[in-house]
Design a protein around this ligand. Structure first.
Ligand code: SAH
Ligand code: DHB
Ligand code: MG
Length: 231
């Protein structure tokens, strides 16, 4: 199986099920025109984030890593009236591009983009006494993934969903000898999920336009104790 075939399937699925409207297409095109790297989620993955936000009945979403706002637009569109998405972005230029893209999508009242290193923005966010998040999407610098995940657990309500992008890294996640800081970040976040009794999760490998990678999914436990599932 070649990457060409993975891409062909993405194109097919996206044409059918995740077609970009004008605002999403413009967000992608404008991000490229402004020199942002082409690393946003695919349209099919955007639809997945939309679907997960719906399943989580999310009203409050936290994103770490905005880029040009492409994934933020998909997730914000899943929210009910009055729903809010906060997205954290290190690069002020990325944030500017994202704010324009979000405004073009008519979502500027829904999406708030904050500029800074996420690890600097998370403590003040936690101190605001806002409603806990129902859904957290972690997609920024990979070495910090374990720290972002720990913050996500703190800021999320029981039953919330936490999704981490790019954890499989061409399969390198299974290499215990890897010294790649991004791989170490993946392994550390999965160790956190394994170790923390408050969460359970798994990894789903993906192929497609963006190659071979995968997502970690975790739920913050809050429900009654149950049997099975290992703990
Ligand atoms: N979620 C976006 C893609 C994010 S790409 C989408 O799918 O559309 C990763 C982003 O994380 C980049 O814009 C990068 O500037 C940002 N980033 C990198 N380090 C960061 C940090 N320490 N804090 C916050 N954002 C960071
Ligand atoms: C990169 C970052 C991402 O979030 C992604 O989905 C793909 C690539 C990167 O930094 O190269
Ligand atoms: Mg990513």
């Amino acid at each position: 199986m070649s990457e060409d075939r993975w891409t062909a399937v993405d194109r097919y699925v996206e044409g059918l099920l995740a077609a970009e409207d004008e605002a999403l297409a413009a967000a992608r095109a404008d991000s490229a025109a402004q020199g942002l790297p082409a690393i946003a989620v695919t349209a099919a993955q955007g639809r997945l984030l939309w679907l997960l936000a719906r399943l989580a009945r999310a009203r409050h979403v936290l994103e770490i890593g905005t880029l040009g706002g492409y994934s933020a637009i998909w997730m914000a569109r899943a929210l009910p009236k009055g729903g809010r998405l906060v997205s954290l972005e290190l690069d002020a230029h990325h944030a500017d591009v994202a704010r324009r893209n979000v405004a073009r999508a008519g979502l500027d009242a829904t999406v708030e983009i904050r500029v800074g290193a996420a690890l600097d923005l998370l403590p003040p966010l936690a101190a605001e006494g806002r409603e806990p998040f129902d859904f957290v999407f972690i997609d920024a610098d990979k070495p910090n993934n374990p720290h972002y995940f720990t913050w996500a657990m703190k800021l999320a309500r029981p039953g919330a969903l936490i999704v981490v992008d790019n954890v499989v890294r061409d399969g390198a996640v299974a290499d215990a000898a890897s010294r790649d800081p991004n791989v170490l970040g993946s392994r550390a976040v999965l160790q956190t999920i394994a170790r923390e009794s408050r969460v359970r999760g798994t990894v789903i490998q993906t192929v497609g336009e963006k190659g071979y990678d995968g997502f970690a999914f975790a739920i913050v436990d809050g429900g009654p104790a149950r049997s099975g599932g290992g703990r």
